[in-house]
Design a protein around this ligand. Structure first.
Ligand code: C2E
Ligand code: MG
Ligand code: MG
Ligand code: MG
Length: 294
């Protein structure tokens, strides 16, 4: 009986593995066509400054999706790690950066404000010798300042060749790009290194925030991270904030920025515009930038 149960378990597992492999193979095969047919779509999720009352739109994160003709809307978790492993992530990332830079310029033209947009960089992108040239080109072509195109680098990118990586970040930062450390707390970078890291903002990983409204210890941990960041003069963005009570706890603990379903899911650009419109209406007197961009 036990044996049969075990076998059945193994069989299911293998089937699952096989179908996952087929799915991945399919995505890899379809990549080139997808680029040509412009199937990658950039969605935007707002980040809010919650220390303002009411909270103010600060910026957005650009998050890619794949509108596949047969498989539907595919989330990035299904293909980003896959393309990273296969060395093809650059194709997608560069498309997303270009699209985000263009979008900032379109919104500036339409609403008279600069909404900074953060893009995600994979570890591989950080070691591309053309990285600076590409980003500078996008900034120039679209008439932006570097501050308008922000860069998110995930904490797990710091594992190997950390020094080289930090040097790249320092160069980009000196050129005016704001650097956000994504998924902070989920990787293994040491707290001791934090004070000397060339980052402007910490994005606290969703795993810390998830349970603060029903786990006292998680809340204490978040408060501790916020304390450390405050001492280092680093603003913090909490990601994955879903409920009103999480939002209130974070606000009271002094967290500066929030991104999460409590405000909005990532949206296609047309839908995101409602946030910009609302923000510019409430400041109709002078149509000030959402956040002054130097
Ligand atoms: P990330 O950069 O940490 O992005 C935040 C993820 O959290 C997004 O998932 C977002 O939809 C999700 N999220 C935001 N608020 C909430 C919330 O309140 N609750 C929950 N449960 N989730 C929330 P998404 O869009 O599926 O992206 C997943 C990851 O894929 C991203 O994590 C990022 O690492 C990667 N990714 C997305 N777009 C790109 C891209 O253009 N280039 C690269 N290299 N990676 C990307
Ligand atoms: Mg990110
Ligand atoms: Mg993140
Ligand atoms: Mg994350």
């Amino acid at each position: 009986n036990m044996v049969r149960g075990t076998n059945r378990h193994l069989m299911v597992y293998n089937d699952e593995m096989r179908s996952r492999e087929t799915y991945s193979q399919r995505l890899l095969n379809d990549l080139r066509k997808a680029v040509e047919r412009r199937e990658f779509k950039v969605y935007y999720q707002p980040k809010f400054n919650i220390q303002c009352d009411p909270p103010r739109l600060d910026s957005a994160e650009a998050l890619v999706r794949w509108q596949h003709p047969e498989l539907g809307l595919i989330p990035p978790g299904d293909f980003i790690p896959l393309f990273e492993r296969n060395g093809q992530i650059e194709i997608i990332d560069k498309y997303v950066w270009a699209e985000a830079a263009r979008q900032i310029a379109v919104w500036k033209e339409k609403y008279g404000v600069t909404v900074p947009v953060s893009v995600n960089l994979s570890r591989i992108d950080m070691f591309d010798p053309k990285l600076e040239e590409i980003l500078d080109g996008l900034v120039k072509e679209n008439g932006l300042s570097g501050h308008a195109l922000r860069l998110e680098v995930t904490e797990s990118a710091y594992t190997e060749n950390a020094e080289e990586l930090l040097a790249v970040m320092a160069r980009l930062r000196n050129k005016g790009y704001e650097i956000e450390m994504d998924d902070f707390g989920s990787g293994y970078s040491s707290l001791g290194a934090l004070s000397s890291m060339p980052v402007d903002v910490l994005k606290m990983d969703r795993s810390f925030v998830m349970n603060i409204d029903n786990d006292e210890k998680d809340l204490r941990l978040v408060e501790l991270i916020l304390d450390i960041a405050r001492n280092l003069r680093m603003p913090v963005i909490a990601e994955g904030v879903e409920t009103e009570s999480q939002l209130t706890l974070l606000k009271n603990a002094g967290c500066d920025f929030v991104q999460g379903y409590c405000f909005s899911r990532p949206l296609p650009p047309e839908e995101f515009e409602a946030f910009i419109a609302r923000e510019t209406e409430s400041n109709e007197e002078n149509r000030k930038p959402v956040r002054p961009v130097p």
